[in-house]
Design a protein around this ligand. Structure first.
Ligand code: ADP
Length: 442
């Protein structure tokens, strides 16, 4: 920069050097000085007008550049223009690649702004949800789909699980919709719609199959159990007694499995409990504790402790909750050795209501824990069968808890014990006083 200033001074000085001696000879020094300045500034005027024209006509500013300060200005503007042209080219290449990629994705992608209006969508969104961009730009996403469940789903900031719904364009298509918030304050949302018709149908076939088989097995089993009962009333020869007892035990076991399979099928059919009423969990737990005491006595005895918040109730289906909680308490007795301490707590922990069943049993190896809620998964198959377990208990518990918007958490340490927690969200919690208000309004 200093060099350019030096050049400018030398140009001004040169102009004065030319005109001042002439002015001196003609005795017109002020006029000579003015002419020297005019000559110097005319050069700046010329370059300024040229620059304005070049910018206006969007022409390239090609070299050679003037050797003065204008050279620096021309060079910088030219460099800046080249850089921005390159950036534009890169951006347009990126945009075209992005368009190609999003067009080839089979999942529908929709961008929603802060007000849940459509900002952009890929072509698959049109095939799955009848949302076309730019046709539907700025339209309300909820209004375009018009599905009650989706409206509630979008209002709830918990998007950890996707929602499944029939496609508005073809009811035979089942679409799974997952929402991911992004951007500043996570106010914008990306909606991903996936065609899950095949998986859905497969699941439905599996559910129907299990349910049908269970129903079909029930009738012959009832007949067998009936005959066994009749036989039991008659005198038996000593060698017949053991096979008879075994037959009775196995019939009972089969009956339990069928009952549990049918219970699971019923749970899988609906999303939320049919009858959501105030449930006195403290009373429920006391009833379970009484039954657990009897079971504990049969199993060699265990020490059962109850720590219950009497003011804490739940909104839900009593029979389902009874089945889930008793399953956990009975498991703690059945799957642990005599003398184990079992503690049942029902407390409010921050925003959740938690039922925790803790035992001081042998614990469960870490690798089994994520699989415990799978159907027929047992840590020790032989032991579980011996204790009369069907291997479906925890699968049923998990279903019931998630139908009540809760979560089943399992933790265990070998040699220390296990802990099973059912955590229910604030919306499902009732206090005793609230319970009366609910009863009066319903
Ligand atoms: P089951 O009918 O066999 O009890 P569940 O689904 O209720 O089936 O439990 C699955 C398996 O988890 C059980 O077979 C047992 O191995 C293990 N389990 C459940 N609860 C406990 C516990 N409190 N302590 C140790 N193991 C347990």
């Amino acid at each position: 920069m200093r060099d350019y200033l030096k050049i400018e001074f030398s140009h001004l000085f040169g102009s004065l050097l030319i005109f001042m001696p002439i002015g001196y000879l003609l005795h017109q020094l002020p006029a000579a000085a003015a002419t020297a300045f005019i000559a110097y500034f005319s050069k700046h005027g010329y370059y300024l007008i040229r620059l304005a024209m070049l910018i206006n006509q969007r022409e390239r500013i090609e070299p050679p550049y003037p050797a003065d300060i204008w050279g620096l200005i021309y060079k910088e503007i030219s460099r800046h223009r080249t850089r921005s042209r390159k950036r534009k080219r890169t951006l347009s290449r990126f945009a075209s690649r992005f368009r190609k990629v999003t067009s080839s994705i089979p999942d529908g992608l929709i961008l929603l702004n802060k007000s849940a209006c459509i900002e952009w969508a890929n072509p698959a969104a049109n095939q799955l949800l009848n949302i076309s961009w730019p046709r539907d730009e700025n339209a309300q996403f909820i209004k375009r789909i018009n599905h009650e469940g989706l409206t509630d789903y979008l209002k709830n900031p918990d998007y950890s699980k996707p929602i499944e719904l029939p496609s508005p364009i073809n009811k035979a298509l089942i679409v799974s919709i997952r929402v991911t918030p992004f951007g500043g304050k996570k106010a914008q949302r990306l909606v991903v719609a996936r065609d899950i018709t095949e998986v859905y149908k497969l699941n439905q076939t599996r559910r129907d199959f299990v349910s049908n088989v269970s129903h079909e097995l029930r009738t012959p089993l009832t007949v067998i159990s009936g005959f066994l009962e009749n036989l039991g009333e008659n005198e038996m020869l000593p060698f017949q007694e053991r096979p008879f007892t075994l037959m009775q035990q196995q019939a009972e076991r089969m009956n339990s499995i069928i009952n549990d399979l049918l219970a699971l099928s019923r749970l899988e059919l609906g999303n939320a409990p049919s009858a959501e009423k105030p449930v006195s969990v403290p009373d429920l737990l006391r009833r379970i504790a009484d039954q657990a005491q009897l079971l504990a006595e049969q199993n060699g005895g265990c020490q059962l402790t109850l720590d219950v918040n009497d003011n804490l109730w739940l909104l839900g289906e009593e029979n389902e909750l009874m089945s889930a909680f008793s399953n956990l308490v009975f498991n703690a007795i059945i799957h642990t050795p005599p003398g184990t301490e079992v503690t049942v707590t029902w407390l409010r922990l921050e925003k959740e209501a938690c039922l925790t069943v803790t035992d001081t049993g042998p614990g469960i190896k870490e690798r089994h824990i994520p699989r415990l809620t799978e159907r027929f998964y047992r840590v020790d198959k032989a032991r579980s069968r011996q204790s009369g377990g069907t291997g479906l208990g925890l699968a049923i518990v998990k279903h019931i808890i998630s139908r009540h918007d809760g979560e089943l958490r399992i933790s265990s340490q070998l040699g220390v014990g296990s802990s099973f927690t059912c955590a229910f969200p604030e919306e499902m919690i009732l206090t005793k006083t609230e319970k009366y208000l609910v009863s009066e309004t319903s």
